[in-house]
Design a protein around this ligand. Structure first.
Ligand SMILES: Nc1ncnc2c1ncn2[C@@H]1O[C@H](COP(=O)(O)OP(=O)(O)O)[C@@H](O)[C@H]1O
Ligand SMILES: [Mg+2]
Length: 278
């Protein structure tokens, strides 16, 4: 009696590879489908946490909405998904019959966040590369954004696995990089900009936050000129941010003015990128 032939290991490997390729193709298509109504996707990113990345993402989104644009904000800062708190949303997304999630709207901005799926705000979630990839994929595939002029994305800071995975999973039109006036923060920003460049994603420009008497100012502008990148503007350190009842552009005309200037600059950069004219 002859033994049954074992399956050819190379054929099995090839089949597994094809399956994997098929899955990743389907994933990509599902993401493209759910983002089909989104005109521009802009990432907000920084070399380290605590520099005001979420504040900038939220206020940029609200400023654009105030100008009449249709805006969404996607919070994929895995370790600190703070957009839900900053936007004061209490209701989670609603789910329709075809299992799509509708982001709740606040201050004219549609909001989707990893924070909606945390049981406890204080709970630390330790995400590893493949988990980050799966979670983001799922969030992207199942969200129904509808038609949007801008989707602002709050990314994880730094150059670890998480931001890298997010950048590879999402296709972004460009990044706004937030830095502070301190030298050390400039080094972090430089490192993170180099990572973005490696991934061949556009940097729309640099924003300096916490400018003013306390920390000085100028490091953001210096960095921009060293890297030959647009400097989008300066945001001063102000007590107005202590009022957390709503995004500060809605409570301070001066802060709104600062953001309007940044928005104008960023739009101009997006325009030149779109037309290919430098
Ligand atoms: N220009 C500013 N002036 C005063 N406080 C600010 C300013 N920008 C941000 N903040 C405050 O700094 C803290 C950290 O900002 P956050 O946006 O959460 O940082 P990140 O997302 O980079 O960790 C928050 O309490 C925020 O209100
Ligand atoms: Mg944050």
């Amino acid at each position: 009696m002859t033994q049954p032939q074992p399956a050819h290991p190379q054929a099995a490997q090839a089949r597994a590879r094809i399956q994997q390729m098929k899955r990743s193709f389907e994933e990509k298509r599902a993401i493209t489908d759910s983002l089909a109504g989104v005109k521009r996707t802009i990432g907000v990113y920084s070399g380290k946490g605590g520099v005001g990345k979420t504040t900038v993402a939220v206020n940029l989104a609200v400023t654009l909405a105030q100008e009449g644009a249709r805006v969404g904000i996607l919070d994929v800062d895995i370790d600190c998904p703070n957009v839900v708190r900053a936007m004061k949303v209490s209701e989670p997304p609603t789910v329709n019959e075809d299992k799509k999630m509708y982001p709740p709207e606040r201050f004219g901005v549609r909001i989707m966040s990893m924070g909606f799926f945390q049981k406890d705000e204080k709970e630390a979630i330790i995400w590893r590369g493949p988990m980050v990839h799966n979670a983001i994929n799922q969030l992207l595939q199942s969200t129904d954004w509808g038609e949007l002029d801008y989707l602002i994305v709050d990314l994880p800071p730094g150059t670890s696995d998480s931001p890298l995975t997010v950048m590879q999973t999402l296709s972004l039109d460009g990044f706004v990089v937030v830095t502070t006036p301190q030298e050390l923060s400039k080094v972090d920003a430089l490192r993170s900009i180099n990572m973005i460049k490696t991934l061949k994603v556009n940097v729309l420009g640099i924003v300096e936050n916490f400018s003013g008497e306390m920390f000085g100012s100028g490091a953001g502008e210096e960095l921009a000129s060293e890297l030959d990148l647009p400097f989008l503007g300066r945001l001063e350190l102000r007590p107005d941010y202590r009022d957390t009842s709503r995004p500060t552009v809605l409570t301070s005309k001066t802060v709104l003015g600062e953001y309007q200037q940044i928005v104008e600059q960023a739009k101009a950069v997006l325009e030149t990128l779109a037309t290919g004219v430098a």
